[in-house]
Design a protein around this ligand. Structure first.
Ligand code: ATP
Ligand code: MG
Length: 800
């Protein structure tokens, strides 16, 4: 049970609210709901559902004319229902309370606890002072009640222009909590039209005033909000008390926001993406909005699971993106029937299969461990299509799929052998494979028990349906886009790759838009609810598969079994693309008779085999410098790791190569091929990316690499453990402390004014934010140094 549920259960036991539990979810309808809101929705609606008679209100916090729209409100209702929650008859609008709120304001005016201030915005800001300097009173602070009442009435009637007056609470301009320094309660917005109230109101209440009073009006018992409202709790209670709100009064409790790696959760910033056309709309499947996630194929169950797993706590923490991906896969594994989709079709003609003949093979819709019944029929004939990457004319080490002269199993169908390769005479690109099939292998079994290493997916020419497939990746290239000075610069330029002419098996085309599939070996996909049609299905990739068959096979063969290369392809077939073989012959021509390997290049690099040379040229064409490419090419082990790592970090070829050649050599020696056995390519890719993106220094990157080579494991795990050794680092602790002091300015002031007991608070906060990794002694020492009166920023100003 989380701390909020424990608190509410105590209140319930004590009968604090007379056997009532009322929560609320109060979004401002100025954008679409996002994954962060899902946490607040699950919490508020979830708690209400756990008590007899409990209820959760949906209240639109619509006190800001201009930015709010009825379309946003409607979209929010749709998304909350989709997520699985219902407010029943309890739909409310803060804008319905404008009359009541106004009368509460008059109560304060009458009590002398609110005044009309004609100071300008800048003057009011100046009057507030700073964390370390008390504020100063406004010259209008001591206006009489009749004068205040008269001015406030005239503000309401629209007699004054925007910005000419505000209504402020009269509290204390030297209050340690800056929120309490005569906060603004009302401001004039004459010109702007409110989407529900039109132009009937010329003044609008601010959040602090409207929120607590709306809670009270609705009889809310527990007002749950995110941590940034911590400082506002005091004004929440002050206002309820001074307008004489009926008891028992609602109470505010704060919890940590949901923060996901590679995601931003701010409606305002998401709106910028929409307005600037960086995405196609609020429901773009790359968006972290509920509408975007829905369109991508993420289910409400997966989102609720995420919220459950993240839990509710006071300590802010980031959620690793892999966690959400894991939850999504777990959920879709049981929901998404399997199907074949060929993303980059390569035609295969089965020459010994009679023209005009057709048959079909039956395939299960779910793997056995899912325990769900169902089969699908796969038509089969003389022409089938396979994915281009499942064929290699010059196979890299460990390649287990189709090669010239080799055999492969077409999953659920039969075994084929590649007899010859047809190429475009001008480009040299492979356009067709001519294969034979083994009639005795129908049902994908061999009759003589011979081992077929590879199994690939395929789609028959007859009945195949052309489809558009959107390969969606992360919208941002870095885990924490807001840490950058301009988050727009951190957008991932490759967040979407559209394949317009993929082929899917016929059964898939007939399904309704909004259907989940697992395209075997490619990932989970969802037919786009808006763009997909029977004629042209469109699929969004919801999430990739965790253990790509590809990556696994490469890693195992490359790192463990070493140089097990498949049989060399037949001589008659040229190697690589036309351009590449041209480069080869040129290289051979200029190689002269110097020493080294027999296979040389124009750049003077010599190799022991044609294969090594081809690899070298491939690496160079990916942007790897010559010397690095040469040593990489000479090592089949490193090549295998490189290729698998480059799969997940294609833009990082150059740095991956450099890590493998230079840094690995530093740790294991130049030829320590076998020592790569523990290094997972994905971990290397993550490491290289983190260093390239500046999230990790090269020095720390080396330390992580050493562990990865020695013990294996995932990058994030290893990095996380290594952090342990750095928690005595003063700079790290100071950075955390400065953040805390900024977040809790009033506590810092109080400490400096002598409330030394607060030291424990700061140390505790450091422990939380470092996830328990900080050394408390060092943290306490640094806190005392940073909190020393002389060390406060702006403190010198106070002395003059
Ligand atoms: P945004 O910056 O996206 O507009 P907000 O908090 O201003 O966020 P509201 O519409 O006012 O948006 O939010 C409604 C409720 O959702 C609030 O109670 C808020 O605390 C909660 N909420 C918003 N973002 C998150 C988040 N990332 N995690 C948990 N709760 C959130
Ligand atoms: Mg907001």
């Amino acid at each position: 049970m989380d701390f909020i549920r424990s608190m509410i259960s105590r209140d319930w036991e004590k009968g604090k609210y007379g056997g009532k539990i009322v929560t609320r979810f109060p979004p401002e309808p100025n954008g679409f709901l996002h994954i962060g809101h899902a946490k607040a929705i699950c919490l508020n609606f979830g708690i209400a559902s756990e008590y007899p008679g409990g209820r959760c209100h949906l209240r639109f916090d619509d006190t800001n004319p201009g930015t709010e729209k009825v379309e946003y409100a409607e979209a929010m209702k749709r998304d909350i229902r989709w997520l699985g929650f219902d407010w029943g008859e309890h739909l409310y609008h803060a804008s319905d309370y404008f009359e009541k709120l106004f009368s509460f304001a008059l109560v304060l005016v009458r009590k002398g606890l609110a005044y009309v201030d004609a100071s300008s915005e800048a003057e009011i800001r100046e009057q507030r002072g700073t964390v370390t300097r008390p504020g100063t009173n406004s010259p209008y602070r001591n206006r009489s009640f009749p004068e205040n009442r008269d001015l406030f009435m005239r503000m309401k009637k629209g007699e004054f222009p925007d910005g000419s007056h505000v209504l402020r609470a009269k509290i204390d301009m030297a209050h340690p909590n800056m929120v309490m320094r005569d906060p603004i309660l009302y401001r004039i917005r004459r010109a702007v039209r409110h989407y529900r109230r039109g132009n009937t109101w010329a003044i609008y209440p601010l959040y602090d005033f409207a929120h607590c009073l709306s809670d009270s009006i609705e009889g809310v018992t527990h007002s749950l909000c995110t941590l940034e409202f911590d400082n506002n709790r005091e004004i929440y209670d002050w206002l309820l008390e001074h307008v004489d709100a009926p008891s028992p009064r609602p109470e505010q409790t704060e919890f940590a926001r949901l923060v996901l790696d590679y995601v931003i959760t701010s409606k305002r910033k998401l709106r910028l993406l929409v307005e600037e056309g960086r995405v196609r709309g609020w429901d773009d499947p790359r968006m972290p909005t509920l509408a975007g996630l829905r369109r991508r194929g993420v289910t409400p169950e997966a989102i609720r699971d995420l919220c459950r797993m993240v839990g509710v706590a006071k300590a802010a923490s980031r959620v690793d993106a892999g966690k959400f991906d894991f939850i999504i896969r777990n959920d879709l594994n049981r929901k998404a029937p399997r199907a074949f989709c060929v993303l980059d079709p390569l035609k295969v003609v089965i020459t010994n299969y009679p023209e005009g003949q057709e048959e079909s093979f039956s395939a299960p819709s779910f793997p056995r461990d899912v325990g769900k019944p169902g089969t699908r029929e796969l038509p089969f004939g003389r022409v089938v299509y396979i994915d281009r990457e499942d064929f290699a004319e010059v196979p890299p080490p460990g390649f287990r799929r189709l090669v010239p002269g080799g055999e492969v199993r077409l999953k659920y169908a039969c075994v084929i052998r590649c007899e010859s390769v047809v190429k475009d005479p001008t480009s040299g690109r492979v356009t067709e494979l001519r294969c034979t099939f083994d009639p005795a292998s129908r049902g994908a079994k061999t009759s003589d028990g011979r081992k077929i290493q590879g199994t690939i997916h395929w789609v028959a020419g007859a009945g195949a349906v052309s489809a558009e497939v959107r390969l969606l990746g992360r919208l941002f290239a870095v885990p924490d886009p807001l840490a950058s000075s301009d988050f727009m610069q951190t957008l991932n330029p490759n967040s979407e790759r559209v394949v317009t002419d993929a082929l899917v098996e016929p059964g898939v085309a007939g399904s309704a838009p909004g259907t989940h599939y697992q395209f075997e070996r490619h990932g989970y996909f969802f037919s786009d609810p808006l763009d997909s049609s029977a004629e042209k299905p469109v699929f969004n990739r919801t999430v990739t598969l965790r253990n790509g068959w590809r990556r696994k096979s490469r890693q195992i063969s490359g790192a463990k079994t070493g140089t097990a290369t498949p049989a060399a392809p037949p001589k008659a077939i040229s190697y690589g693309s036309a351009a590449m073989s041209q480069a080869n012959s040129q290289a051979t021509a200029t190689s002269g008779g110097s020493t080294g390997g027999a296979f040389r290049t124009a750049s003077g690099h010599a190799f022991r085999s044609e294969e090594e040379r081809t690899r070298f040229q491939g690496f160079v064409s990916q942007g790897v410098p010559n010397t690095t490419a040469a040593s990489l090419a000479r090592s089949p082990e490193r090549t295998a790791v490189f290729r698998a790592a480059a799969d997940s970090y294609p833009a990082g070829a150059r740095s991956l190569a450099s890590w493998l050649v230079n840094e690995v050599a530093r740790v294991v020696g130049a030829d320590g091929g076998g020592d790569l056995a523990r290094l997972h390519p994905q971990a290397l890719a993550d490491l290289a990316r983190a260093v390239d993106e500046g999230g990790l220094s090269r020095r720390k990157g080396r330390a992580v690499l050493e562990v990865l080579l020695a013990q294996g494991g995932a990058f994030l795990d290893v990095r996380g453990k290594l952090d342990l050794t750095e928690t005595r680092d003063e700079n790290t602790l100071n950075a955390i402390l400065e953040e805390i002091i900024e977040d809790f300015p009033d506590k810092a002031v109080a400490y400096r004014n002598g409330k030394r007991g607060l030291l424990n608070f700061f140390v505790g906060e450091v422990m939380k934010r470092s996830e328990g990794k900080a050394d408390p002694k060092t943290a306490s020492r640094q806190a005392r140094i940073l909190l020393k009166p002389g060390n406060a920023p702006g403190q010198s100003g106070q002395r003059k």
